[in-house]
Write a protein that binds this ligand. Structure first.
Ligand code: ADP
Ligand code: MG
Length: 254
């Protein structure tokens, strides 16, 4: 049964999408079936997997708002064992349209029920906000991964995220747990990085992944070729880091 893991942090640019795409690609290469759910209207996960956002017939918008069947939305990527539920700018309207709908927090959860058994892991790439779309991800998921960029304001906003998670736990999803905290854009040469790592470890005891993701230019280049970094430059530091993370996630979920 697919474990559903949300990549969540309401801060933009912390590495949610990069981590979702690259960890999914590696887990797929390790022989596990993976589904990536793109619920960011920017659709960067979708295009990062080489799927043309403008050409998808149905997207996560129709899944959340309409009555599209998940089987009609899912797309096979060109990468081993990785499928995607694509999104595009249409989804931007959902944040407002959800307000008036019944079961507005449970729509993604309900949409994923029938497809869940087909996968080992389902990753949800969240948008950079704590609105209703992210609420749907937190309600649908078993656990969440919180990517944190190693920079001065790293911890800013985390207490708000954690208080949202506590509310979701109380109201919609009693099982929700933190899967892990991922340090991204790590640069060991900077004293600041070391300080941030210490603070994050204090804030999330036992939860921080051993694998850290270094700042690596190949990670920022790969999306423009519509490829996860392992297919673009397998030996890059970025690819190796996501390989380690994929192993850590698989081992934790044996
Ligand atoms: P989010 O999804 O949280 O908004 P992204 O994954 O889109 O963040 O990352 C923001 C930007 O930083 C993107 O341009 C991405 O290519 C780049 N980026 C992400 N992780 C790294 C990294 N480890 N090294 C270098 N660039 C990165
Ligand atoms: Mg993103």
């Amino acid at each position: 049964m697919g474990k559903i893991i949300a990549m969540a942090n309401q801060k933009g640019g912390v590495g949610k999408t990069t981590s979702a795409v690259n960890v999914a690609a590696w887990i797929g290469l390790f022989g596990k079936k993976v589904l990536l759910v793109d619920i960011d209207p920017q659709g960067n996960t979708t295009s990062g997997l080489g799927v043309n956002k403008r050409e998808v017939k149905k997207s996560t918008y129709e899944l959340l708002i309409g009555d599209a069947k998940v089987q009609d939305v899912v797309v096979k990527s060109a990468f081993q064992n990785v499928d995607v539920l694509p999104s595009n700018i249409d989804l931007a309207a959902a944040e407002i349209e959800l307000v008036d709908l019944e079961n507005r927090a449970n729509r993604l959860k309900n949409a994923l029920i029938s497809i869940k058994p087909n996968y080992d892991f389902i990753f949800i790439d969240c948008p950079p906000s704590l609105g209703l779309i992210t609420l749907n991800a937190l309600t649908a998921c078993d656990t969440l991964i919180v990517p944190i960029q190693c920079e001065y304001y790293a911890l800013e906003g985390l207490s708000q995220l954690m208080s949202t998670v506590r509310s979701v736990k109380r109201l919609y999803n009693p099982q929700i747990e933190i899967e892990g905290v991922l340090l991204t854009m790590y640069d060991a040469r900077l004293n600041l990085t070391i300080q941030v790592v210490e603070e994050v470890k204090k804030y999330f005891p036992q939860k921080v992944y051993k694998s850290v993701i270094p700042r690596n230019v190949r990670l920022s280049e790969a999306p423009s070729f519509g490829q996860p970094v392992v297919y673009f430059d397998r030996t890059s530091k970025g690819s190796q880091a996501y390989e380690e993370l994929a192993k850590e996630i698989i081992n934790k979920n044996k």
